[in-house]
Design a protein around this ligand. Structure first.
Ligand SMILES: Cc1cc2nc3c(=O)[nH]c(=O)nc-3n(C[C@H](O)[C@H](O)[C@H](O)COP(=O)(O)O)c2cc1C
Length: 593
């Protein structure tokens, strides 16, 4: 096929079994955005990001996984569509895409045993202890829990339809709950939901049936399914079984299947992560599997995602009749109009980005960082590479040696959530900023017109340094020393302290006593590595228990009469000991009343 023919193939519309017309053959695959705050609602940042993608040229856009249960989050910042959720923002989300020429589909999912939440649910209560991440031990699901999950999918799908989403995709891949039911590694039940393949696929089929009943025959329902677990060892979810599920889904009236594979532990969907060869990597990671699906499920449309980059390979695959739609994820995070460039012939292939060479968690963060930049109205930063990091290192050292005042607050502006909150306050209010980068954070708040700003830290050295750098602002030590203990046991340099980002239970008591006596509004910005937040890690050192979990901090503060007014997450990078690291910061704003 010459390039003109390829473009013709990719631009050729086709109809799904329900009658929905797919305007061209490239769609945006789901990528979890991690942009929501603790309400779980889509916000301005989602709207800005998706407005951009609405013009991407993709025939439709699938959202990142929207969780059907607020108790089963896959990560901090998930969008949640639970029963008590207001639906207005979902409508704005779908409308924003429509008004800008796109079609928005909602991916609905439940993380099951891969949830970061305590008391999560999974088929058999098997804890996921992994090489990459460890999750809290889930509870095995009762019959009632299973019925409840079915209803949750129905609820989310119905709301999606009501709010103007063009279709829904049920997430049954990547070892999330529905995949956990399918796999004999995670489903060891002996009732009608476990054991034989027929039993293990029952939940997925029941959900499809119930959702179809709720949304009617003309509304598109897709399922994202794993070809296999991606593990080398035996006993897991295999292609043979997966193909049989595809056949059952075809009979069950699903409009298309999106094919994927793997989980956090084994990530065939992201391809091999080796820096040397990633640019020349083969495309279409799951094509062989798609061919197998065709033998047992001859008519169901297939969306093939993972690794697709060139118009030539895409057009060949579509022409073969095996696959009807090409899904693209990472290309749209780095190049938001990638589909348009392929469909118009401006590019014949989308380049692989540096982020694709990184190990899984770093890779996800690299791409999420690109989405976050766009969500904040900026361009992706494709040059976030090792080279850039090295250049930054030199620049950073120079600046810091010359004048510490120029040191940026981790290179980031104050997060938009803090700003929003500040706008609501009376400018004369007393604010205490604590928990991270006290000097720079307080300086930012101060320059925004807040006069009575006091910055605190548990380290007297940190406070001395901050005071020297910003003499016009008041800083106080709120530590064991300040509230009468013999010594300031946490007497460390502010920058070292940032690396420790920890507070012990006994210090928390005295620390808070100091803080709450001077603060009306208290803004805590806790910094954690996402791994730490998500693993609920705590450890003991010299008799103190250290927590890396803002949920526990929240509990402790509640006992002190401080209630949370706002909570949010954001990504930022720190640069310490010559190493740049991406972090998740968790901001919590508390007020006494
Ligand atoms: C940052 C990121 C987030 C993702 N989130 C989801 C998700 O929420 N749901 C899902 O089914 N797949 C998710 N994926 C997988 C993608 O949908 C896709 O299968 C994968 O990136 C491979 O396709 P690509 O080579 O076109 O990127 C995610 C991938 C990335 C990189």
């Amino acid at each position: 096929m010459n390039i003109k023919e390829q473009i013709g193939v990719l631009n050729n519309p086709f109809k799904l079994p329900c009658g929905y017309e797919v305007s061209n053959r490239i769609a945006k695959a789901a990528m979890t955005e991690h942009l929501a705050d603790s309400t779980g609602l889509p916000n301005e940042r989602h709207f800005t990001l998706y407005k951009r993608w609405a013009k991407s040229g993709a025939s439709f856009l699938v959202t990142g996984n929207v969780m059907v249960d607020k108790g089963s989050l896959e990560g901090i910042g998930n969008v949640v569509l639970d029963y008590d959720q207001s639906t207005q923002r979902f409508k704005i989300w779908a409308d924003t895409v429509k008004e800008n020429g796109g079609q928005l589909w909602m991916q609905i999912g439940h993380a099951g045993g891969l949830s970061i939440s305590e008391n999560s649910l999974s088929p058999s209560g098997i804890q996921h202890i992994g090489r990459v991440r460890t999750f809290p031990k889930p509870n095995p699901m009762t019959q009632k829990d299973i019925k409840d999950v079915i209803q949750r999918f129905v609820h989310a799908a119905s709301v999606a339809k009501e709010c103007g989403f063009a279709g829904i995709e049920i997430h049954s891949a990547h070892q999330f709950l529905l995949n956990q039911f399918l796999s004999p590694l995670t489903n060891t039940r002996t009732d009608e939901w476990g054991g034989s393949l027929k039993n293990r696929m029952r939940l997925l089929l029941e959900i499809v049936k119930a959702v179809r009943k709720a949304v009617g025959t003309g509304y598109p329902i897709a399922v994202k399914l794993n070809s296999s677990d991606g593990f080398n060892h035996s006993g897991g979810w295999t292609e043979d079984e997966s193909v049989q599920v595809c056949s059952a889904l075809e009979k069950g009236g699903v409009d298309f299947l999106e094919i994927s594979g793997g989980s956090y532990e084994a990530t065939p969907m992201l391809g091999p992560q080796d820096i040397e060869n990633f640019a020349e990597r083969r495309e279409a990671f799951f094509l062989e599997y798609a061919k197998n699906v065709r033998t047992l499920a001859p008519s169901i449309p297939i969306m093939l995602t993972a690794g697709m980059r060139s118009a030539e390979v895409m057009a060949d695959i579509i022409e073969s009749g095996i696959v009807q739609v090409i899904g693209m994820g990472r290309p749209l995070a780095g190049m938001p109009d990638a589909p348009k460039k392929l469909l118009s012939g401006e590019l014949d292939s989308i380049p692989r980005f540096y982020g694709e060479s990184l190990p899984v968690m770093e890779q996800l963060r690299w791409f999420q960082k690109q989405m976050e930049l766009m969500a904040n109205g900026h361009e992706p930063e494709l040059n976030m590479t090792q080279d850039l990091i090295d250049v930054e290192k030199t620049k950073w050292n120079e600046v810091y040696t010359r004048n510490p005042e120029e040191l940026p607050w981790f290179g980031l502006d104050i997060p938009v959530e803090v700003e929003d909150f500040l706008q609501q306050l009376n400018k004369g209010d007393l604010m205490v900023i604590t928990g991270c980068g006290v000097g720079d954070t307080v300086k930012i708040v101060h320059t925004k017109g807040f006069k009575n700003v006091i910055g605190t830290d548990i380290s007297s050295v940190a406070i001395e340094k901050a005071q020297k750098r910003f003499p016009g602002i008041t800083f106080k030590v709120a530590s064991t020393q300040e509230v009468g203990s013999k010594e300031n046991i946490h007497d460390v340099n502010v920058f070292d302290w940032l690396n420790l980002h920890q507070i012990s239970t006994d210090r928390l008591d005295t620390y808070l006593a100091g803080l709450t006596s001077i603060a009306k509004n208290l803004c805590l910005v806790w910094i954690y590595d996402s791994n730490e937040v998500e693993s609920n890690k705590s450890y003991t050192h010299e008799g103190n228990i250290y927590y890396h979990n803002p949920v526990i901090v929240k509990k402790e503060l509640k006992k002190k009469g401080l209630s949370i007014k706002k909570e949010f997450t954001f990504m930022f990078s720190t640069f310490f000991n010559n190493v740049r690291r991406e972090h998740v910061a968790v901001g919590q704003i508390y007020a006494k009343q």
